[in-house]
Design a protein around this ligand. Structure first.
Ligand SMILES: [Mn+2]
Length: 430
């Protein structure tokens, strides 16, 4: 458990850094005031930010070639929640966890819900898994799940999603994220239209089981594991299916699920315009679905996405897509990567609030492309770290989450408490 952080360690850590943070905060506040911006408002805004954690992210991910697990990795869903609680304790921005079934399937949902509540955690949307076969499963997903030719395999996949909803209801979740790897590896292998018709038919069965106050998130992905044609490959297909299914179906944008150089911020603008932007899986990529840490490769893209979200929020105060991290940590301590990534996404959120929208609109109206671009760059270049640190201090989190975590010895303590067990940890990337 995270008792380590209940012994005044965070307070001691913060006390040692608070003078420096106050000085940096004051200096930045003065600079922002000259631009007509209020650092107190920005800090209060930073404190409203939240991003959910993926339960599968607290274990080492790995690639299709190998996995090199670290010490003290969580071996079950309770230990995953323990690690998530540490991340929230130190960053103050990750109050909810997204579970993946059957990996995280509880024997007693109420027990799990109470356990999470004691840690100060809630549950974000739940995720189904029909991209691999489970032990003892009657029908294989080798040739697809929701789109399978075999009606029994499709029915099994629908039933699994409905079971996910039932578990999610017991946990207090309000959404189901559906990603399927269905598709084909050869031209001609599948009738492309027929596969999507079967998908929609299956999804209608799942949609019918959604509670009134739930949303269904449709996650698209360009390719992999299907390397010729993926059934839900792009935002257009996702949008068409969400529209076909009804108002409770929305599109989920996983940043890594696009071709390199795709203008993801424009996809965000389109989906927001037509009321179908449900949420995000944040990560970063260089080549494909790399699942690298958020903001590690292209922080400007992350900023531009949040710039579109700020624009959408300005048009509709009720606009509130859900935010979640979805990353694979292969060479870092997953807790450190998730803390850092949560802060990087929060950083882009705060930077987007620095954009002077009236000035930007003015330059756009004048067709002054250079100054319009500079209006964005001006916000992006501003180092808002003192705002983020102050927000953490005021929220009771750690001024420097990674430094506080390292000083605590949490990982070494877990290595003692959690001896590795073969096959005990499920970890995957979607
Ligand atoms: Mn994802």
């Amino acid at each position: 458990m995270n008792k380590l952080f209940d012994r005044g360690q965070v307070e001691q850590h913060n006390a040692a850094l608070s003078a420096d943070i106050n000085a940096d905060f004051e200096a930045l506040g003065g600079m922002l005031a000259r631009r007509g911006q209020d650092i107190e408002k920005l800090t209060a805004l930073a404190q409203t930010f939240a991003v959910a954690l993926p339960s599968w992210g607290v274990g080492t991910g790995g690639t299709r070639f190998a996995r090199f697990p670290g010490k003290g990795e969580p071996r079950n869903v309770f230990e995953k929640l323990d690690d998530c609680a540490v991340i929230h304790r130190l960053t103050g921005v990750t109050p909810a966890v997204s579970l993946h079934f059957p990996w995280d399937k509880p024997t007693d949902a109420n027990e799990l819900r109470e356990y999470a509540a004691k840690l100060g955690l809630g549950f974000d949307s739940v995720n189904s898994n029909t991209f691999q076969d489970q032990a003892g499963q009657a029908h294989t997903y080798k040739y697809g799940s929701l789109t399978a030719q075999d009606a029994a395999a499709r029915a099994q996949a629908v039933a699994h999603n409905i079971e996910c909803i039932e578990i999610g209801k017991a946990l207090g979740s309000k959404g189901l994220t559906v990603w399927v790897g269905d598709g084909s590896n050869f031209p001609g292998q599948q009738n492309l239209r027929g596969a999507l018709e079967r998908y929609l038919d299956s999804m209608r069965g799942i949609y019918a089981a959604l509670p009134e106050d739930w949303l269904m998130y449709i996650e698209h992905k360009l390719f992999e594991p299907a390397f010729y044609a993926t059934t839900i490959a792009d935002w257009g297909t996702s949008f068409a299916c969400a529209t076909e299914l009804g108002p409770k179906a929305k599109c989920l944008v996983d940043l890594g699920h696009h071709a390199p150089n795709t203008n993801i911020e424009m996809i965000v603008a389109r989906l927001a315009q037509f009321g179908k932007l449900g949420g995000f899986h944040f990560n970063d990529s260089k080549y494909g679905d790399d699942d690298l840490d958020s903001g590690s490769i292209n922080p400007f893209q992350l900023f531009l996405i949040f710039n579109e979200l700020a624009d959408a929020s300005g048009r509709d105060a009720a606009f509130k897509p859900s935010y979640m991290l979805d990353q694979s940590h292969n060479v870092t301590d997953p807790i450190e990567s998730l803390m850092n990534s949560a802060v990087e996404v929060q950083r882009a959120f705060v930077q987007s609030a620095l954009v002077d929208r009236a000035t930007l609109a003015h330059y756009q109206g004048q067709n002054d492309a250079l100054q319009a671009a500079q209006a964005l760059k001006h916000a992006f270049r501003t180092d808002v770290s003192p705002i983020l640190a102050m927000a953490r201090l005021r929220s009771g989190a750690a001024a420097d989450p990674v430094a506080c975590y390292r000083a605590s010895g949490y990982r070494m303590a877990q290595a003692e408490l959690r001896p590795a067990r073969a096959g005990a940890s499920s970890s995957g990337i979607v």
